[in-house]
Design a protein around this ligand. Structure first.
Ligand SMILES: [Fe+2]
Length: 524
């Protein structure tokens, strides 16, 4: 037997083919799982070297597939029969060499990673399992199953599966869509500072750029010095004085891969310039007030359009039935808030009971840059006292799935309320999702007594999805519920604060003025 014949018989041995297939498929998966070692090789050679090796491994998989199909089906489909060609033998040998090299490479990366990181590599590998199944599923379909007699159909099926496989690999490693900032920023006044929040259509970093007193600032969404990159929502805290009356831009760089060693970034996007103004210095201040939109953003926007101009927005909660995914916060709070404020004015956010539900609900405070959901906001001559009514039923109610502890929470809030100090001379307005404040009678009485002490003559709330004045739970307090979504109708309110009175109006999404009232309360 000549050398060529010996090589051919070795390469065409069914057991050898099976081992080579398995090894060539395993190589890019294992190599990619241990990619946190790539950075050192790239630094020593050139950037992109290790990724090139990865693509060579993919090419080797495709080469192996081609060889296998030709050997297995060449007898039946003469067009695929290259067994006697010299170049086919050369490719067979090349495939064996490349597979051996690829196996050595990933093995070395795994060994070098060492015991401390081997578990991390295995975890990354499990992330690739869907891809692994796709590739092996494709292989099985093409080569072993089904035994379709018509080779044309088989070839077409094989071609489609091969293309899907290839794009599956590419898109799992390179994102398939263009990176975008997909909201205007919202500027939340959390009582301590502004938190600027915006969203992107994939994970990325976030920053805000502005000039204050001649100095250029670039403030990142970060945590103890490390940029946050595993979120589509970006949150940056900025001192009040830096933003009031100033212009700013937001920016973000896509994060494709974060690793213990190295990683990959994508495109950077920078927003238009936003001009931010606050009502703080104004004697007359007008606020859009909305609650209970429950994902009905289209109708809410129609009603809001009838309200005309406003200086700031009061969001009183219940954006969605619950928060299970980051995307629900993006759509119902960040994008919606961005559309109605255009990044130009502050938002005061009071949490609704539906923002306490679902597995993502616990992330909301971080996303909005709010330490607490009860706090005070100083708006010049007026102070907003923001409270969090939690839920409207006992903690043991089955609706909450055992995930709440509001009785204690409301107790803590009322303790805080009894101690909170508000500048003398400020007119105090209470914002709370549910005007009951607390379902516990004693807590509710304490809360309303304190509101009277603090001279808060107005309580603005939502929750009932009704519009209008309601019987107050406190003496000399005017309580107004601002509307929301109800029976296919959305009602948005606008309040105008003046030194001696408060004007309240509300519109529905058809443009009907559904509430119109001026109140001269005993404001001090
Ligand atoms: Fe509610």
């Amino acid at each position: 037997m000549s050398f060529v014949e010996k090589t051919n018989s070795f390469a065409r041995n069914k057991i050898v083919m099976a081992i080579m297939s398995a090894l060539s498929f395993l190589a890019p998966l294992m190599y990619y799982a241990f990619r946190f070692g790539w950075v050192y090789v790239d630094v020593a050679l050139f950037s992109g070297f290790c990724m090139t090796l990865f693509w060579l491994m993919i090419v080797n998989v495709i080469l192996g597939l081609f060889l296998d199909i030709s050997i297995l089906y060449g007898d039946k489909l003469k067009k695929l029969d290259f067994k006697d060609k010299k170049w086919f033998s050369i490719l067979s040998v090349l495939h064996i060499i490349l597979t051996a090299l690829a196996t050595i490479i990933w093995f070395v990366f795994m060994i070098v990673a060492g015991l401390e990181s081997i578990g991390v590599g295995i975890k990354f590998l499990t992330e690739s399992v869907p891809l692994f199944i796709l590739i092996y599923g494709g292989l099985v379909l093409i080569i072993f199953f089904p035994r379709i007699a018509n080779f044309k159909i088989k070839a077409i099926l094989g071609g489609i599966i091969a293309i899907v496989m290839l794009f599956g690999v590419i898109f799992s490693i390179f994102p398939s869509y263009v990176y975008k900032i997909n909201s205007h920023p919202i500027v939340i006044d959390n009582g301590e500072a502004y938190s600027i929040v915006f969203s992107t259509n994939d994970f990325g970093t976030g920053y805000v750029e502005y000039v204050y007193e001649g100095k250029e600032y670039k403030v990142y969404d970060e945590n103890n010095g490390r940029l946050n990159g595993n979120s589509c929502i970006h949150t940056i805290s900025v001192p009040y004085e830096h933003l009031d009356g100033n212009t700013y831009k937001v920016g973000s760089t896509r994060v494709i891969d974060e690793l213990s060693y190295g990683g990959r970034m994508g495109a950077e996007r920078v927003s238009e310039e936003y001009k931010f103004t606050t009502p703080k210095g104004k004697e007359e201040q007008s606020y859009l007030m909305i609650s209970d939109w429950h994902t009905q953003i289209g109708k809410a926007k129609k009603a809001i359009a009838y309200a005309g101009d406003y200086d700031a927005v009061l969001m009183l909660g219940d954006a969605a039935p619950g928060l299970n995914f980051e995307d629900e916060v993006v759509r119902n709070i960040v994008q919606f808030g961005g559309e109605i404020t255009k990044g130009e004015m502050p938002i005061i956010f009071a949490r609704g009971n539906h923002e306490t539900r679902g597995r993502y609900a616990g992330m909301l405070a971080d996303d909005l840059g709010m330490d607490k959901y009860y706090f005070t906001v100083d708006m010049g001559a007026y102070t907003f006292l923001v409270l969090d009514s939690g839920e409207d039923k006992e903690d043991s109610h089955p609706e909450y799935g055992g995930m709440v502890n509001y009785e204690q929470y409301r107790n803590d809030m009322i303790d805080w309320l009894e101690k909170v100090e508000i500048d003398d001379g400020d007119k105090v307005i209470t914002l709370v999702h549910s005007m009951t404040i607390a379902i516990e009678d004693d807590l509710q009485a304490r809360a309303y007594n304190r509101l009277v002490e603090l001279n808060s003559h107005y309580v603005f709330s939502g929750h009932t999805h009704e519009v209008g004045l309601v019987e107050s739970l406190g003496k000399d307090i005017i309580t107004y519920e601002d509307g929301g979504f109800n029976r296919n109708r959305y009602v948005a309110s606008k309040i105008t604060l003046r030194p001696d009175d408060v004007d309240i109006k509300a519109w529905d999404n058809k443009g009907n003025l559904v509430f119109d009232n001026e109140h001269k309360a005993n404001l001090r």
